[in-house]
Design a protein. Structure first.
Lengths: 451, 869
């Protein structure tokens, strides 16, 4: 009997099954020939990296596994990942010293968020002169981004922004963005799954998307010349500060130009046999799930090899009615060792991990052309720049590294380090991705010897 | 001003008993840079001193100012003491000390607002205080009244709201920037700050796409179309129409429905009538079925068996030859079963349902070509007479359209070169194989909408004779500043006309008045008040009504247990159902029913309607005072407010009926009135489950009094979480706060915030009045401001703000409004402009027009900082 399904159900279930394996075409195609060393595994399959941020630290006794090295059991928070244990490294002892207060006073949430991928001390300012550093994903993107249609993908499931200032005198820019293209230009993440999908594959129903993308490209080209010339003319009349504003504009125009040129080197993107997502689902878990699907899809189709996802900004005070928690996450995270509040925070921590598990499972179920799973050929960082939400510490961060990094990582371990900069791990990741040797990043002191 | 230098006011160093280290401070010999401008700077202050020589500002400081500081400030801020990190003797040199802009701004603000010297110390005598403040402005900050520095406004990009409004006015369509563009970052509390409005590559990509999408939607590509209109669902009436809004009626498959409307035809001809309806169902399967029948006149034109299906359209399109007259339409639903056959709720998936969503009918016609009309929006872009065939005439027309349109889009005349280039772009597309005149125009206009001259607000200045003077903005820039300030959109035709004739500056007062009476000024209220008072947030702030109320009643624990019990039962029912243990399921369900019966099933909600009413209450009061030109003090303390029935009930105010918001006189003893006791402010300053006196106190200091405390020191856990004492007993909010702020480090700020917040403890997190917290009576709301004034309750506190502390409030509101108007944070050079406005407000009781005009006429609004070579 034919059981009817709603669109959503069909969509979520059918997602992976209906795709061809363009990843294979991509890395065997001519596009790859020009840059063989970048972002490929030893077997030549694409190698991806993703950075996923959850807010407000974690409850440590439930986050960390028991045991050590290869012999460990996952704690309550990470238990939803049990079936993927062989693909995980839980890493303790990593720190972001630049998120500590230092001379900057309050604002640990803004710093935790702003430092997470940049490793730098972000400038304490409410507005006029935001300054962070180029984030790790963007350094990677500058080098390996040209191997794919999109240099990188920035996503968020935290679409609402408050009025007024953000954390203790820090601009909201620090907590609404993970990725920074330059120290003064954060990359706003996309929070609407429909727009992510259309950006990747084109707008419209299946069958028309490729043509829509082509048409858009042709149209864009014809006006780029005009606006570029316009911007240059205007810029000559501006003073220093305003010139810099227009520079942002010009940079954007150039990037589109480059992307169009680059896109012509790539075969047409696949046209997934699914409906375009209709927008932001009302149910939070569905929203997260859908956004994770978009990220998985971008990897599967080799649209990009670098992605970041801000689940919620640090300091988020979202209440989790869906799992029976009425209080705000941030308020709860200052639990003062109250068992009831701790239990609720741990439940929220686990809720986020449950969503992550869905994503990792999907990556594990998909095979690259070298026969390995996409998860095997990826390095996924899942973590938070706040360690203990109660006390606002930034050492011993809750960090999870998922994936085998295309064989370059040694997962299935609980790796216990001692007070080591998070940025050291980032340097390893850059090395693995084939980025030319970088001496330092953020507050790095070297590379991890064993990861 | 000469009085400032009379000996009576001189306090010698001997008197202070303090040897100030002025002799250790080297005074530089060459200070030519300062000297050249000093007479102008200090003219007012130093009429008794005819000639100034090198180092004289330093000696003026030593003679006149340092003694005042020594007397009142040095105990805590010199000689090794640096309370709050402030000290007057660690600068290294006199020059460095006088150059510490931040320090002097700080001194100015704290002395003026009465924060310093602290309330328990002697006040600075009025004359001395005046002397000190005047010196700070002119001597230390070097503010030049003759050539006021307007400060630097960074090139502003249109934010999401401005972009949307501008597109609406320019192109005649609504483009949902809130869905299409990433949110704008905010700075200084507002989302229109030039420095913060960055343009990421992603945003630029979206701008390019938006430009295309907008021209594609707005510019008609054909000359004539068949007329088309919708007979909306809202016009259909009859049994079963209760679940409806204007656009849609939900018709469940479990209910008989028969809804009717009619079409009026004025012109004889052939018409096409299409049904607009679809089947929508829940996520979970629902077995319900019904027959839907669509009638035109008495004819059945469509019949369909409706069942659970996702987004299945009911398709019916028919043509009729009609004479003028009235023709009935009718949709009938005949369920195959009644409500009793409806499946029960599925745990996790909710209540299954199947509806026909009926959106009405679409009427096209008359279909005969001779009846075709101009498409919507045609006249906005093209001449009514149509488009000529002759190539030369077409090119001329194209260039005219492009010039007119880009002048509007760039908000200033466009140069010939750009018009030529854009016309070239248009011609290219016109001459392409599938090109047309309209497509060509669309292509050129797409380029205009992607241009930085559309996306950024370019400002030119008038030529001035004095190269050192800060020049006036040109009139087009002024027109844009006005329209984006008061309308959040582009200048309209009238403003552009005045600018073109160079008459706008002379017409300023009349134009401001016109702008404020125009409907578009609601955007000013929505965006300024919405961010200043954070009313934008009330509709999304997370508040759990059940927990909040249970907490007030002291039944939080019960609620927790009940919720746990219900959860447990639901899980058990799931289990039993899986195990097909019917008996157990029945027993458990009975238990659940009993539980529900015991505690009631009524859900206490903080509904969207109520939140919306709260937002509107604040906006409407703001708007009312603005339009009636009343005092800004009435925003704080008022015996009237805007209510509808729901909000009035929430406030426990009788006699208000219906959904419409209207101005209501409050009962004489009402604690309401004024924004601070409005639901919106009370809710946005609360946590999801309880009030936050700290957030509320901070809100008033930040946004009303303009005296924010420094941010909390690092690594201090949020005090609001410390509601349990070491022995596990739950502390009241007051006890928790007292415990938290017992350390001197915390108390200096909490003494400023907490008393203000406690005054509002009678309002819970939803803004409901309450007498109890955790079931215990609330202590007295009486308290004291840090500046010493005592208040008995929230009414008295509001009264204090509008009397004793009104200057702080004027100052704060003026700074906020200036920030919003300029799109930049407050700078020291604004002090004079703000002071002037505050003086005028004080002079006429705080009239709104004085505030708005004061901003518009101020140098920062009128001028542009001269570019430094």
């Amino acid at each position: 009997m034919n059981i009817p399904h709603s669109n959503r159900r069909r969509f979520l279930r059918g997602m992976g099954a209906c795709l061809s394996l363009p990843a294979f075409e991509a890395f065997s195609g001519k596009a790859m020939a020009a840059t063989p060393a970048y972002a490929t595994t030893a077997t030549g399959a694409p190698q991806r990296m993703a950075f996923i941020y959850f807010p407000n630290g974690a409850i440590h006794d439930q986050w960390w596994p028991k045991g050590s090295g290869k012999d460990f059991t996952l704690g309550n928070t990470l238990a939803p990942l049990e079936s993927l244990k062989h693909r995980l490294q839980v890493v303790s002892g990593l720190a972001h010293a630049n998120a500590e207060a230092g001379n900057d006073g309050a604002g640990d949430h803004a710093r935790a968020n702003g430092t997470f991928l940049t490793g730098v001390r972000v400038k304490k300012t409410a507005g006029s002169d935001i300054f962070a550093g180029v984030s790790i994903d963007q350094i990677a993107a500058q080098h390996i981004g040209k191997t794919t249609r999109f240099a990188s993908l920035e996503l968020s499931t935290d679409p609402h922004r408050k009025s007024g200032g953000c954390d203790s005198g820090y601009s909201c820019a620090y907590e609404s963005n993970l990725a920074w293209r330059s120290p003064t230009s954060p990359l706003s993440p996309e929070s609407n799954p429909r727009l992510v999908f259309e950006r990747l594959f084109g707008a419209g129903p299946q069958g028309e998307r490729t043509a829509n993308l082509d048409r858009r490209r042709a149209q864009q080209k014809s006006i780029l010349d005009f606006v570029m010339d316009d911007a240059r003319t205007v810029q000559q009349q501006l003073t220093h500060r305003d010139k810099a504003k227009l520079d942002e504009y010009l940079t954007g125009v150039r990037e589109i130009e480059q992307r169009i040129t680059a896109a012509e080197r790539f075969p047409n993107p696949p046209d997934p046999a699914m409906d375009t997502p209709s927008g932001i689902p009302a149910a939070y878990d569905q929203y997260l799930k859908l956004m994770f699907e978009m990220m998985a899809l971008s990897f599967e189709t080799d649209s990009t090899r670098i992605a970041s996802l801000l689940l919620a900004h640090d300091g988020s005070n979202r209440a989790f009615g869906e799992i029976g928690i009425a209080e705000g996450h941030h308020s709860l995270s200052h639990h003062r060792n109250d068992p009831d509040m701790i239990a609720k925070v741990a439940r929220i921590d686990r809720f986020y991990v449950e969503q992550l598990a869905g994503f990792l499972t999907q990556l594990e179920s998909k095979k690259d052309a070298d026969g390995q799973s996409i998860l095997h050929n990826s390095t996924i960082i899942y973590g938070c720049g706040n360690s203990d939400g109660n006390r606002h510490t930034h050492s011993n961060l809750p960090i999870l590294v998922a994936g085998n990094g295309g064989g370059r990582l040694n997962p299935g371990r609980f790796l216990q380090l001692q007070d080591t900069p998070m940025c050291n791990l980032y340097l390893n990741m850059l090395d693995h991705a084939g980025v030319p040797h970088l001496d330092r990043f953020g507050d790095s002191t070297g590379r991890l010897a064993d990861i | 001003m000469a009085i400032l230098l009379t000996p009576a006011h001189r306090i010698s160093q001997e008197q202070t008993g303090r040897s100030v280290r002025s002799s250790d401070i080297p005074v530089p010999v060459s200070r030519s840079l300062f000297i050249s401008r000093l007479p102008a700077l200090l003219g007012g202050l130093l009429t008794a001193v005819p000639v100034l020589a090198a180092g004289q500002d330093a000696s003026l400081y030593e003679k006149e100012i340092q003694p005042i500081l020594a007397e009142h400030c040095f105990d805590c801020h010199a000689d090794g003491a640096d309370k709050g990190g402030v000290s007057f003797d660690t600068a290294g040199s006199m020059e460095a000390l006088l150059g510490k802009t931040d320090l002097w701004v700080h001194v100015l603000k704290n002395v003026r607002s009465g924060l310093m010297p602290p309330a328990k110390k002697d006040r600075i005598p009025a004359a001395d205080q005046e002397k000190l403040l005047t010196w700070i402005k002119q001597g230390a900050l070097k503010l030049d009244p003759a050539n006021p520095d307007p400060g630097r406004v960074t090139l502003r990009r249109l934010n999401r709201v401005e972009y949307r409004n501008t597109i609406r006015d320019l192109m005649g369509i609504d483009f949902r920037t809130d869905e299409e563009f990433p949110a704008d970052d905010t700075g200084y509390g507002f989302d229109n700050i030039g420095d913060v409005l960055t343009t990421s590559p992603l945003l630029l990509e979206k701008y390019m796409q938006a430009a295309e999408a907008i021209t594609a939607r707005a510019i008609p590509l054909v000359d004539r179309v068949i007329a088309r209109r919708t007979i909306e669902a809202g016009q259909f009436k009859g049994p079963g129409d209760q679940r409806k809004n204007r656009r849609e009626i939900a018709l469940p498959v479990y209910e008989v429905a028969d809804v009717r409307s009619e079409i009026r035809i004025q012109e004889a001809g052939t018409y096409r009538i299409s049904l607009d309806a679809s089947v929508v169902g829940s996520f979970a399967y629902d077995p319900g079925k019904a027959k839907a029948t669509w009638f035109i006149g008495d004819d059945v034109v469509h019949e369909e068996a409706v069942k659970w299906q996702a987004e299945k359209k009911l398709v019916s399109t028919v043509e009729r030859k009609w004479e003028p007259g009235t023709y009935p339409l009718r949709l009938k639903m005949e369920p195959a079963q009644g409500w009793d056959a409806r499946p029960s709720e599925i745990p996790g998936d909710g209540q299954p349902w199947v509806d026909v969503r009926f959106r009405g009918a679409i009427l096209e016609g008359p279909l005969e070509p001779e009846h075709a009309t101009r498409p919507d929006n045609y006249a906005r872009f093209f001449p009514e007479s149509g488009i000529p065939e002759d190539p030369a005439a077409r090119e001329t027309l194209a260039s005219e359209i492009i010039r007119r349109f880009s002048t509007l889009a760039f908000r200033r005349p466009v140069d010939d070169r750009s018009v030529t280039r854009l016309t070239g772009l248009a011609l290219q597309t016109m001459q392409a194989p599938d090109g047309s005149f309209q497509k060509g125009i669309a292509r050129a206009l797409t380029a205009v909408l992607a241009s930085p001259r559309f996306l950024f607000r370019m400002e030119d200045t008038l030529p001035g004779s004095d190269p050192l003077a800060h020049p006036l903005l040109d009139e087009y820039a002024l027109a844009s500043r006005l329209s984006y300030f008061l309308w959040s959109t582009m200048p309209d035709a009238a403003l552009m006309d005045f600018a073109a004739r160079g008459e706008l500056r002379h017409q300023l007062a009349a134009q401001v008045k016109r702008l404020l009476t125009d409907e578009r000024s609601r955007e000013f209220v929505r965006n300024f008040a919405g961010q200043w008072l954070q009313t934008r947030d009330v509709e999304s702030v997370s508040i759990d009504a059940r927990v909040v109320q249970a907490r007030d009643a002291g039944s939080e624990q019960d609620l927790r247990e009940r919720t746990a019990k219900r959860r447990q039962l639901n899980a058990a029912i799931d289990e039993a159902e899986k195990a097909h243990d019917e008996a157990k399921v029945a027993a458990l369900r009975e238990e659940m029913t009993a539980l529900r019966a015991r505690f009631g099933t009524r859900r206490i909600e903080f509904s969207g309607d109520l939140r919306g009413a709260m937002r509107r209450e604040a906006e409407m009061l703001f708007s009312h005072l603005l339009r009636e030109d009343r005092s800004v003090l009435e925003l704080i303390s008022n015996n009237k407010t805007f209510l509808n029935e729901e909000l009035a009930k929430h406030y426990d105010i009788p006699g208000v009926q219906g959904d419409d918001m209207r101005l209501v006189d409050l009962p004489p003893d009402s604690p309401r009135g004024g924004v601070l006791t409005m639901g919106t402010v009370l809710a946005v300053t609360s946590n999801p489950t309880r009030t936050s006196p700290v957030k509320r106190g901070l809100f008033i200091l930040d946004n009303i009094l303009g005296t924010p405390p420094p941010p909390a020191p690092p690594n201090i856990p949020s005090l609001e979480a410390s509601e349990k004492s070491s022995d596990g007993r739950e502390l009241s909010m007051r006890e928790a706060l007292a415990q938290h702020s017992s350390s001197p480090l915390c108390s200096s700020c909490h003494n400023r915030m907490d008393p203000l917040g406690f005054a509002f403890e009678n309002f819970n997190a939803m803004g409901l009045w309450r007498d109890k917290d955790r079931g215990e009576p609330l202590p007295s709301p009486a308290g004291q401001l840090i500046t010493g004034e005592a208040f008995a309750d929230v009414r008295a506190l509001k009264q204090l703000i509008v009397t004793e502390r009104r200057m702080d409030y004027y100052q704060c509101l003026t700074e906020k409004l200036l920030t919003y108007a300029l799109g930049r944070g407050p700078q020291p050079c604004d002090i004079q402009a703000v002071d002037t406005i505050v003086d005028r407000l004080e002079g006429n009781g705080g009239k709104f027009s004085t505030l708005i005009m004061g901003i518009v006429e101020s140098p920062p609004f009128q001028k542009r900082q001269r570019s430094t070579p």
